[in-house]
Design a protein around this ligand. Structure first.
Ligand code: PGA
Length: 260
């Protein structure tokens, strides 16, 4: 058996819930659902930014840290509506999701994803870089999609900076559809991503990077994705807004914290 790093469980709330009081209730209920747990998984929530400061007050007994769902490519300046990396850092954000497919769909290019990734890593926060194909074809072209998303985003990232990187494999067809990648598909893509990283940085560099899976993760498929897919954790949308289910996925993941 090989030693495994502790799973990383990230809840991506997207533009939900509609009010701060509902957001607070979810965090309180997650804490309740995890009461007494001595788990090892790392828990992160990426709520809408206006909620972060209030939610931080509630994230007590079970350590929960907070991520941002996006960041500006620019450091500061005249960019109405944007949020800069130093602002995120100053409110205690440790991780930033970069290149989520919902943003790529809204016209975020590989170049913009790369600029954002450089901004996050350059400021020593952790970037959760999302990659994923829109569909699976018979010829395996989706591997080329993943490789080009990775190489474009990581072009200027050095091996030393890999400690600030997490890759989230999120096939677009699995996001919010109820149709998750099978554990075997997740395992195959995890190995492929490791190979691309090994080609760029060598094996030691590649092994520093956690590879998580996202796309219709629920409490009934989490164990197999960890056990057979060998992913290092999850990026969870819908199920992270359901406190009971999110807590249950965390407890399942805790069982995979030590050994694969
Ligand atoms: P889902 O979303 O879990 O609702 O499929 C995942 C994501 O968008 O990160």
């Amino acid at each position: 058996m090989t030693k495994r790093a502790k799973p990383l469980i990230v809840g991506n709330w997207k533009m939900n819930p509609a009010t701060l009081s509902r957001a607070e209730k979810i965090v309180v209920d997650i804490q309740k659902g995890l009461h007494g747990r001595v788990g090892a998984s790392e828990i992160v929530i990426a709520p809408p930014l206006p909620y972060v400061s209030d939610l931080k007050e509630l994230a007590g007994a079970q350590k929960i840290s907070f991520a941002a769902q996006d960041v500006s490519f620019a450091e500061s300046g005249a960019y109405t509506g944007e949020v800069g990396i130093s602002m995120l850092r100053s409110i205690g954000i440790k991780m930033v999701i970069v290149g989520h497919s919902e943003r790529r769909e809204g016209s975020e290019t590989d170049e913009m994803v790369k600029a954002k990734l450089d901004r996050v890593i350059g400021n020593k926060l952790t970037a959760i870089l999302c990659v994923g194909e829109k569909e699976r074809d018979r010829f395996g072209d989706y591997f080329t999609t993943i490789e080009s998303q990775l190489t474009a985003a990581l072009a200027d990232v050095s091996a030393q900076d890999l400690k600030h990187l997490v890759v989230a494999y999120e096939p677009v067809w699995a996001i919010g559809t109820g149709e998750n990648a099978t554990p075997e598909q997740a395992e195959e893509m995890r190995l492929f991503i490791h190979k691309v990283l090994s080609d760029m940085y060598g094996r030691a560099g590649s092994e520093m990077v956690k590879i998580v899976y996202g796309g219709s993760v629920h409490d009934d498929n989490a164990a197999d994705l960890l056990k057979i897919g060998h992913v290092d954790g999850f990026l969870i949308g819908g199920a992270s807004l359901d406190a009971k289910e999110f807590a249950s996925i965390i407890k399942i993941s805790d069982q995979y914290a030590k050994f694969a």
